[in-house]
Design a protein around this ligand. Sequence first.
Ligand SMILES: *Cc1c(COP(=O)(O)O)cnc(C)c1O
Length: 397
Amino acid sequence: MTGWRERFEHRMMRTLGMPLRKLERGEGAWVWDDEGTRYLDFLAGIAVNSLGHAHPVFVEAVSRQAATLAHVSNYFATEPALELADRLARLTGAGEAGRVWFGNSGAEANEAAFKLARLNNSGGARSRVLALVDAFHGRTMGSLALTGKPAMREAFEPLPGGVHHIPSSIDALEAELDDGVAALIVEPIKGEAGVLDLPEGYLQAARELTHRHGALLIVDEIQTGAGRTGEWFAYQHAGILPDAITVAKGIGGGFPIGALVTFGHASELYSKGQHGSTFGGNPLATTVSNAVLGEIERAGLVENAARRGAELRERVLGLGSPLVAGVRGRGLLLGVALTEPAAAAVSASALDAGLIVNAANDATIRIAPPLNVGDAELDEFEARFSRALGAVAVATH
Ligand SMILES: *Cc1c(COP(=O)(O)O)cnc(C)c1O
């Protein structure tokens, strides 16, 4: 039989590069490839596997609900969907006025948010949507229109119009926000751009200015949400309430689900028939998300993300590697800034050392382990990451 690389090359759509390994199973923060080699997974499927791999709570929820009621159409309500909507309204602080729409991915959540922005048009007077240069919001046509990365967009233009990408500064916000803006969408930490923090005070300024001009403030919490940054949602760090957030990735812990959560008057914008999804909010996905978020609450994993994130930062800086310039991000979404554009080499030698991380950009290593990591995993990480940095430092100097 031909090897998996040849099969991949032959059959899979050429949208991605060759995978690094073929993985077979996982347990906790560890995964095993088809040759039996074990890797410490400090990427967690890009901030998705909140509880790690094959967590008993996840396994139990999938199994139980699959054996009970996996899917119904939108003609019927189910308890798991109602419960998850209540849970998201509570955890986000959207409260009594909060409403939730369920989809199956981050891109779909952002499509729903983009359409929400179009509905905030004040009778046609608001034609512009602001997003940030470098921002990543997804790959469907609408979410791609919000994405501020020209290389991803160019082949697919024309994209839905009216989106303006502005620099991530408070000055740019002040210059661009006026009464013609329907919405501003931002990532609280720009994950795909390289785990880039927003400037100090940015979200507070964005809240104040969008409020003043009647624009919606939409926060893309797809990568930062579900406890990852040491708060349930990263905007909570700024002490503000947005008009809407989008979530996906970590809320399902590996099961596909996404959602748009609206706050206050933004909850009144959509009306009957204006949006929908066949799979969105089905009882299987919402049961799993309830179980994952329930376990994050029960086990204190938001606090653990804050604590372990601070420890991880200290450990990385404590390695004293000449390749490490600093650490960005918060909680367990960290970007190790390198002193040179060696992120591809570092992530490759990390893999050789049995550690999964990724190059979020040329000079940044992204670290996003499961939220339940402890001392043992941090020790393993430190040893392996140190080896990876050492190998690259020797090779380049
Ligand atoms: C991953 C991601 C998306 C897209 O989510 P998909 O599930 O891949 O469609 C959108 N926004 C942010 C911030 C993300 O990290």
